[in-house]
Design a protein around this ligand. Structure first.
Ligand code: 4AD
Ligand code: MG
Length: 431
């Protein structure tokens, strides 16, 4: 019977076949310990001269790193560890032996070498664990939004307009007929959809021609935008913090093994509870001054500022109501102060930086029209967006979660490039 490694617990005492790859091997001559992986997990297979034929022993000897193979044997529980299962081998079928030595060995490799070999590096246990956490986060997002009455609406990737400012657009020559751009965020289209279905979310690739070489910027990343009609600023924050807690709890529940492989200290994740601290931008600047920063009112927060603001918190921190001058055109002006907007950035703890950007949307036709003109955007391309304020406009709010930022936050690693299978960055677009 064929078993996946993840199901070995159900087959203890029975003979099963694992179809996978050998990622490591110890021993020689009389006994081999094969480290097998099959995509669902990792397991040790013991090949002993006492229990297999000479031919099988010879096959075990022949197997090398990343040879593909089918290994049959009795499933047993590890004598010491509760959730570890092994195979006492009776037979081996070799599927393929690599003609050359596998390029990624146990020894230390530099990040460039590993990125050049990303197609193979993905097989290593840490990368495997990260991709599984990513998958759990994606499904948690779907589950959270469906529970909250949002439906998924797909937004276009090729767009004639900019959502997040003209400086980070990737241009596409569309049959010599128009210049289109790769979407920076599905938000504007999601607003249209929300007026049809009330609450909507999307999840797709987004693109930013970011010239910044940082540990948190990709040029292609996955974003979940959410949008809800009749939701105002305060409620928007609640939807965001509840979502973050939902995702983190799901990861703690489903990814214990993966987080262990990643050597992630899960204590900080366990402590994340609602409500998250809320600081207005104005309060944040005051707090930063007290903490010795020389940031000026009206400037964007830098990495160091974000660390200072979240240092004493156990959960991510909302910085809300930013100066209008440094935020996109669509954010609603704060009725209490026309220089500010009803927006928020959610800043993660442990130096993880911005996880979410959100806002209440400007719903006044004339105010929005003026903001579009002031930004120097291509007016006609935004007429449909203005129409949403003309025909049954309502207060509405939404936000965008960067998937890779969230993966990085949950897994607790340094560089965002690890959070996506094939990272696209300023100087990296292969393989
Ligand atoms: O803050 P941003 O730019 O907001 C928007 O695009 C809104 N239109 C979203 C909305 O309201 N529906 O981006 C949202 C999130 C950020 O908080 C960050 O997590 C992530 O997307 N992000 C990036 N992730 C990786 N690389 C980049 N270059 C990113 N830029 C933004
Ligand atoms: Mg932002």
């Amino acid at each position: 019977m064929i078993s996946r490694i993840s199901d070995l617990a159900d087959h203890v005492g029975k003979e099963v076949t694992i179809q996978g790859w050998m990622y490591n091997k110890r021993g020689s001559g009389k006994i081999y310990f094969l480290q097998l992986r099959d995509g669902s997990g990792f397991a040790q297979a013991v090949v002993s001269v006492d229990s297999v034929s000479v031919e099988v022993m010879a096959k075990a000897d022949k197997l090398q790193m990343e040879s593909s193979c089918k290994v049959t044997g009795m499933a047993t529980k590890h004598p010491k560890f509760d959730d570890v299962f092994e195979l006492q081998v009776t037979d081996i079928e070799i599927v393929q032996i690599p003609p050359e030595e596998y390029p990624i060995s146990k020894k230390e490799h530099g990040p460039d070498f590993l990125l050049d070999n990303r197609h193979l590096w993905l097989r290593s246990s840490k990368q495997w664990a990260i991709q599984r956490v990513r998958d759990i986060i994606i499904s948690a997002v779907y589950d959270y939004f469906h529970r909250e009455g949002f439906i998924k609406i797909d937004t276009p990737i090729l767009t004639p307009n900019a959502c997040e400012g003209a400086t980070t657009l990737f241009e596409i020559n569309y049959f010599d007929e128009a210049t289109l751009y790769l979407s920076q965020s599905g938000q504007l289209y999601l607003e249209a959809a929300t007026m049809a279905v009330g609450r909507a979310f999307d999840f797709g690739p987004t693109f930013r021609a970011e010239k910044s070489k940082t540990k948190r910027h990709l040029t292609e990343f996955w974003m979940m935008d959410a949008e809800a009609a009749y939701v105002e600023h305060e409620e928007n924050l609640k939807i965001q913090e509840n979502m973050v807690v939902f995702i983190v709890e799901r990861c703690l529940e489903k990814c214990a093994k993966e987080l262990k492989i990643l050597e992630r200290n899960i204590e900080p994740l366990r402590k994340i509870k609602v409500p998250f601290k809320r600081l207005t931008y104005t309060e944040a600047i005051e707090e930063l001054h007290k903490k010795g920063s020389d940031i000026k009112f009206g400037e964007d927060l830098g990495n160091d500022d974000e660390v200072l603001l979240t240092r004493d918190s156990e959960a991510p921190v909302f910085i809300h109501k930013w100066p209008k001058a440094i935020k996109p055109f669509y954010m609603k002006t704060d009725p209490a102060n026309p220089e500010l907007v009803l927006n928020d950035d959610l800043i993660g703890t442990e130096g993880s930086g911005e996880l979410i950007g959100g806002s209440q949307r400007e719903d006044d036709y004339e105010v929005l029209k003026a903001a579009i003109e002031k930004e120097g955007l291509k007016g006609p391309e935004y007429q449909w967006y203005l129409d949403l304020r003309k025909y049954g406009g309502v207060p509405h709010s939404g936000f965008g979660l960067g998937l890779e930022r969230m993966v990085r936050f949950v897994c607790g690693f340094e560089h965002i490039r690890e959070a996506i299978p094939f990272p696209r960055m300023l100087s990296r677009f292969r393989p």
